[in-house]
Design a protein around this ligand. Structure first.
Ligand code: SF4
Length: 314
């Protein structure tokens, strides 16, 4: 059987994946397509930017979204049939079951299904909202057809420790029909400046969020956003904070312990953690470093960046 290679580029709307797309165009890459996984938690500037990128480069960008309808329905069934056996009071069962309703927003529905927000320790968001939809909706159909997939990922070694040791190219898996899925990271040794220079070389604008105090482009906010980024978000985009406040209320209702906050705090009691709402974290972001009770949060300016090795979150 003759197999073709299909180059699938994951686009996030950030500088790295844009630079990677421009590199692929520059090389005259054939059989190329691009995909953007919409988490439902992106800023409107990012959505506009992805549309602009498609128009400016002429490369179609397919949008994919995760769907949690079935999983929420199964969880609701589980809550209604099993929680009582586990000693959960009926009023909490009724409350959670009533909240287990899909909204159509992938990020929010993921959290409703899980009864919690993702955290650095339980970082299920990138996988559920970006990696899996791209695999299921784009890569697997290609592999099913017998073609190989070269998955282009815009990760750079200097971004994080986990990314430092990634190889440029590796065989990820072999499909049941023999088709192969390869990871390819062509800008692995580039710097952030190299990525911006690539934009300039091709006359492509960068995502305007970089000029608005955002160090990375991805979810707004990302669970890994820095203290100064959150402060900037709260000042420039108060509607984002309003939305997260509403989401905290919804997810809290779907949780077993009536507690779910967007930014997880670690090493503290459940009671204390439940008080760390988006508003208290924004309040903390307005303080200088140190001298405040929220210092126990891991979200410091020199804290961890998204450690996803897929390059789907910048
Ligand atoms: S950008 Fe951040 S919050 Fe969004 S999926 Fe990636 S790690 Fe999770």
């Amino acid at each position: 059987m003759i197999t073709n290679e299909r180059n699938v580029l994951s686009i996030s709307g950030g500088k790295d994946s844009t630079a990677m797309l421009l590199l692929a165009i520059e090389r005259g890459t054939e059989n190329m397509s691009a995909v953007f996984a919409d988490t439902g938690n992106e800023h409107e500037h990012t959505y506009d930017y992805v549309r602009y990128l498609e128009m400016a480069t002429g490369i179609p960008i397919q949008w994919v979204r995760a769907d949690f309808k079935d999983r929420i329905a199964r969880k609701r069934e589980y809550v209604l049939t099993k929680w009582a056996e586990k000693g959960v009071p009926q009023k909490h069962i009724d409350r959670a079951a009533a909240a287990l309703v899909p909204t159509g927003n992938p990020f929010l529905d993921l959290c409703i299904w899980k009864g919690r927000f993702p955290s650095t320790v339980a970082a299920f968001c990138s996988e559920e909202l970006k990696r899996n939809p791209i695999i299921n909706q784009v890569q697997n159909p290609i592999l099913d057809s017998g073609d190989d997939v070269i998955s282009w990922q815009g990760v750079r070694r200097d971004e994080s420790l986990r990314r430092r040791f990634l190889s440029e190219r590796e065989l990820k898996s072999t499909h049941k029909n023999g088709a192969e899925l390869w990871n390819y990271r062509p800008i692995i040794d580039w710097t952030a400046d190299d990525c911006f220079a690539m934009h300039k070389k091709h006359g492509i604008k960068h995502n305007p969020l970089y000029e608005m105090g955002m160090g990375r482009v991805g979810c707004m906010p990302c669970i890994n956003c820095r203290k100064d980024e959150l402060l900037e978000i709260s000042k420039r985009f108060p509607e984002v904070i309003d939305r997260i406040r509403q989401w905290e209320d919804v997810v809290k209702q779907a949780s077993k312990l009536l507690g779910a906050t967007f930014f997880a705090s670690t090493g503290v009691s459940l009671e204390f953690a439940a008080t760390q709402t988006i508003d208290t974290v924004v309040e903390w972001a307005q303080t200088g470093r140190g001298g405040h009770t929220f210092d126990m949060f891991r979200m410091q300016n020199d804290g961890p960046v998204c450690s996803s090795i897929y390059g789907l979150c910048e």
